[in-house]
Design a protein around this ligand. Sequence first.
Ligand SMILES: Nc1nc2c(c(=O)[nH]1)N[C@H]1C(S)=C(S)[C@@H](COP(=O)(O)OP(=O)(O)OC[C@H]3O[C@@H](n4cnc5c(N)ncnc54)[C@H](O)[C@@H]3O)O[C@H]1N2
Ligand code: MOO
Length: 393
Amino acid sequence: MISVDEARALVSRLIEPLEAVETHLDACLGKVLAEPIVADAFYPAGDRSMMDGYVIRNDETPGEFQISEVIQAGMVPQLPLEKGQAARIFTGALIPANGDRVIMQECAEKVDSMVKITEFPEKDFIRRKGGEASPGQELLAPGMLLGPTELAILAQVGAATPKVIRQPIVRHLATGNEIVAPQETPAAGQIRDTNSSLLAALFQQLGIEEFHTTRCSDDLERMIELASEPADLLLISGGAGAGDFDFGAETLRRLGFTIHFDRVNLRPGKPLTFATKGRQAAFILPGNPVSHFVCFHSVVKFAAERFCGRAGHRGFVDIELTDADALKPDPRETYWPAEVTIVEGRLQVSPKNWSSSGDTFSLSGTNALVRVNQHNPANGVAQTLLLDLPGIA
Ligand SMILES: Nc1nc2c(c(=O)[nH]1)N[C@H]1C(S)=C(S)[C@@H](COP(=O)(O)OP(=O)(O)OC[C@H]3O[C@@H](n4cnc5c(N)ncnc54)[C@H](O)[C@@H]3O)O[C@H]1N2
Ligand code: MOO
């Protein structure tokens, strides 16, 4: 049985980021840049006013100035400033030739075609040509995760179809004769399928658009047929164990996958299985929903991130624990569902009360996992994996 860290190391070694594809800017949020982005020009392209006001020369003293022209943002100034002149200017407009400083309109008084300026502030209120970037300067490096601010930068330099790493196509099979759709009423012995909704939402949260899910009975031939559909990442829910009707591993073997591990020192989620075939990867996730949640956050998410070219951090942070007795240690490394809240300006983590890995209800409000080794965390502080930030809607 391997550790979670060993499982992640194998996943990292065996999964390669997918190829780069030109993608429209509107579809780039959450994707990883595959090329350097450089400035296509000087930014700003010319000296620009930072204020609405009047632009004058440097060799002036306070007094009255003749207004030479009106320069709106988007216009090209027509007249060089002569001594004794001021041009009316607006925020973002180009500074005319000989213009050295902008006086805010609050410090000026316009009288007909003249403007009276009694005082010159120290600051010139001009954004200088090339002050923010010069042509060819690298602004975004390959490998960068594109968030809203990076999209603004791409837009500014006209990179409307940057190359980003393609996202994986994820195919999910929820297996089991006992599972029925959420809108159905289960007959005796049946249960509603919760894992498909859970995984679909987790991949949606990850920003992965192509998540295809199908329910399937414990029927090896049917599982092979469905698992042969095109996918970069194949997920089989249930059938991870060694029971007579656990066909997950056999499905993968029959499709030519190599199984790299089928047991992880993880609670819940011990029978988590990982396999690859060429550049394809597959997991069999133990059927219980809490196991699904934990397997996703400890290993499966990391695999999806690798495909996307993301770094896949797993930053445990030490957080004050409210109820250490609720944590029941086990020989396996446990990832305990928990809720982090902000109490009087500090983070606190409260373990959820879960009785078995089938207890979906105990996951309500979970936004963190607490790592519990052989013993309960000492000194009231728990190693906590934040899945979401508390207090952010
Ligand atoms: N003799 C042993 N039995 C079991 C062992 C073991 O070591 N020896 N390990 C246990 C552990 S730990 C786990 S975890 C499970 C793994 O089971 P499987 O992955 O084979 O999953 P299933 O048996 O198919 O299902 C387990 C459980 O989850 C329910 N389930 C399945 N699919 C769904 C779904 N889509 N939505 C909601 N619930 C689902 C299923 O009905 C079962 O109750 O094996 C233990 N047994
Ligand atoms: O590994 Mo199982 O997921 O504990 O129930």
